[in-house]
Structure formats: structure tokens, C-alpha cells
Design a binder for this molecule. Structure first.
Ligand code: KG4
Ligand code: ZN
Length: 344
């Protein structure tokens, strides 16, 4: 049996986890930094880097304690080495390398996006190839996943990432950061039909995404309301309308991607959703219905493993360990690291 320690520090969660090659998660520690960033309405990179530095040793120690093992029981150490806020990525990657060096273990420089798109193999043993809808705070992509390190980008956002759009809407409506979960909560009792909002790119060929026009339309809808604080019912209706528009746009883009995926990977049978926005129940339900309509199985990890965590990083390490794909300790962290540039 193989055991890998994973470390994740690319945004505002300091996380460490221990996972084995039988898909057991022995430890999964996630420490958020929301209090440190709240006054700024978003993640401040310098504050994030310092907070990771303060927390990382404790978070790793907690994960090892939860797993009830010592470092010598590990078969490898995996750390997110990009893409992300570079100060935080450096903290996690350096910590991972130090543990690997001190205990003579292989080190895996994990691409954060690959960690998200491989998570359905940790939670549901999905076979390659599959189509992945990756929707997070930093990314919004449709990817054909042929194997570890073998990804083909079918479409991506031309402006905001999906989570970024949720966060900006949350901020516009005074719901705080992160906006995604708050928008989903408010939308639950809203009327999605009250405001007429656009469905970006719907009906157009291709699988790219765009959210800036939808965001602007929402702002105009807010401005057209009587001046003064927004009523709870207005907020609920705006959130429901926005979420429905995102769901419609995603369903349309995903259907186009399925057609492309079928041509590229005739043996593929699964559509997966991954990344923080895939925690949204309304969006999951909509994407699941697209999969069903096209005869694909649908898999999404539990919400806790959609948002940033280190179990997904440890799992990417397990996958790479099995293929003998260790990285050198000289691997330089990367702020930008597209999936297509990965080695498999
Ligand atoms: O994957 P993730 O934790 O970090 C990145 O890699 O970016 O994704 C975070 C994003 C945030 O923008 C957050 O608002 C969004 O995921 N998010 C959601 C929900 N939960 C988190 N968006 C919509 N509905 C949710 N329930
Ligand atoms: Zn992420």
C-alpha cells in the first residue's frame, strides 16, 4: 500500500492530507483564512502568503497526527506547485520539498487544476478518458482528460472564472466573501424568473464561457430598483436569476463539449464536475441532467472535496507515484501553469 502526504496553499486555504492508493483519506485538514481577508472583500496575496507560513507546520502536524503515522511511513510528498498566488505556492512547495528531502521520499509537484480534475477518481474510481467541467474561483474550463498529465482543453472562459463571477455578485449584493455559497443560500428562496438576465454565448458554437455581460446585466437590474438598501426578497430573486443564468450557460457549453469529447475519446463514458463552484447543488443538478440527456454517467465529488483541499493534492501524488512521475527538488513553483503544459 502507498501513502502520500498532500499540501495545498495556492489560494486562501492552508491544507494537508494523507491519502492511500486504496482511496482512503486518512487525514484531511483544511484551515481557511477568511478572517484575515474579510475587511478587504477578497484574498490579499501578501496576507495569504504570511498566513500560510504561520499555519503550514501546524496543519501538516495535525494531518500526520490524524493519520496516526510518522513521516517515515510515507511513500511520497505531494504539494501544489502552481498555478496560484505565488507567495502561498512557494510556502507549500518548499514545505513539501523539505519533508521529502529530510525523509528521502519522492516529491510530486502537483498542478492544482489537475488535482481538481483527478478528484473524481479518488471519490468514485472514474476510468479515463472522461470529460471534466472545472469551475473554480480562478478557472472555468471544459477539459478532455485522457490520463494523468494528458489533458486537452476544449473551452475556457474569455473573461471571469465562474467562481469569480459568483464572488463579484456576492460583493455587489453585500453578501460578503466568498460569494458562491452565500449566493446559493440566497437563491434557494428566490424567483429566478423575476429579472430577465442574458445567457452568455448560449446557442453559439464552441465551449467557451463568458460571465462579464451577465454581471453587468445584474448590476443594471440592481440599479433599476428603488434607491436604498436591497430587500431580502430582491437579493433572493437576483441570486436565483443569476444562478439560473449560469446554469443555463454551463449546460449549453457542456453539451457542445460532449459532442467534441465524443469525437476525441469515443470510449469515454463520464462527465465530471470539479472545483469550488461544483459544490453548488443547483449547478450540479443541471449538469447531471445534461450528462443524462447525452448518455453519460455524471460524477461530482462531495462539496468538501470540490473546494480547495489537500486530499486532492495527495491523490494526484498517488496517481503520479504509480506511474513513476516524481519531480526533482529543483522544480520551480509556477504562478501560471496551464493543464496542457503538464507532463504525463
Ligand atoms: O476550487 P476553489 O476552492 O478555489 C480555487 O481553486 O479557485 O473555488 C473557490 C470558488 C470561490 O469563487 C467560491 O465562491 C466558489 O468556488 N464556490 C461556490 C460555491 N462554493 C464555493 N460557487 C457557487 N456555489 C457554491 N456553493
Ligand atoms: Zn482550487
Amino acid at each position: 500500500m502507498s501513502l502520500v502526504l498532500g499540501i495545498e496553499t495556492s489560494c486562501d486555504e492552508t491544507a494537508a492530507a494523507v491519502v492511500d492508493d486504496r482511496r482512503a483519506i486518512l487525514a484531511d485538514v483544511v484551515r481557511g483564512q477568511l478572517d484575515a481577508h474579510r475587511d478587504y472583500g477578497g484574498v490579499v496575496p501578501e496576507i495569504a502568503a504570511r498566513a500560510h507560513l504561520e499555519a503550514i507546520d501546524l496543519v501538516v502536524a495535525r494531518a500526520m497526527k490524524d493519520a496516526a503515522i510518522g513521516f517515515d511511513a510515507l511513500d511520497g510528498v505531494a504539494a501544489t506547485a502552481g498555478p496560484g498566488l505565488i507567495g502561498g505556492v512557494i510556502v507549500g512547495a518548499m514545505t513539501g520539498k523539505a519533508i521529502a528531502a529530510a525523509h528521502d521520499l519522492p516529491f510530486f509537484a502537483v498542478n492544482h487544476l489537475e488535482a481538481h480534475v483527478l478528484t473524481p477518481r479518488l471519490t468514485h474510481a472514474v476510468d479515463f478518458p472522461y470529460l471534466a467541467l472545472l469551475v473554480s474561483g480562478g478557472h472555468c474550463q471544459l477539459v478532455a482528460v485522457a490520463g494523468v498529465g494528458r489533458h486537452r482543453l476544449l473551452g475556457a472562459t474569455v473573461d471571469d472564472a465562474a467562481g469569480e463571477a459568483f464572488d463579484k455578485v456576492g460583493k455587489m449584493l453585500g453578501l460578503g466573501y466568498p460569494g458562491g455559497p452565500a449566493v446559493e443560500r440566497a437563491a434557494a428562496c428566490g424567483d429566478a424568473e423575476r429579472f430577465a438576465l442574458p445567457r452568455p454565448l448560449r446557442g453559439r458554437p464552441g465551449c467557451d464561457f463568458s460571465f462579464s455581460g451577465l454581471k453587468t446585466a445584474l448590476r443594471h437590474a440592481v440599479e433599476a430598483l428603488p434607491p436604498g438598501p436591497l430587500a431580502d426578497a430582491d437579493i433572493a430573486d437576483l441570486c436565483a436569476g443569476f444562478q439560473e443564468a449560469v446554469a443555463d450557460a454551463m449546460a449549453d457549453r457542456t453539451a457542445n463539449a460532449i459532442a467534441l469529447f465524443r469525437g476525441l475519446c469515443p470510449g469515454g463514458a463520464t462527465l465530471v464536475a470539479a472545483g469550488g463552484v461544483a459544490a453548488n447543488r443547483a449547478l450540479r443538478a443541471r449538469i447531471e441532467s445534461v450528462a443524462q440527456a447525452h448518455g453519460l454517467a455524471f460524477v461530482a465529488p462531495p462539496p468538501r472535496l470540490c473546494t480547495d483541499n489537500a486530499a486532492m493534492v495527495a491523490w494526484a501524488g498517488i496517481e503520479r507515484l504509480a506511474l513513476g512521475l516524481a519531480d526533482g527538488l529543483d522544480f520551480a513553483p509556477r504562478p501560471r501553469w496551464p493543464l496542457e503544459e503538464l507532463a504525463g
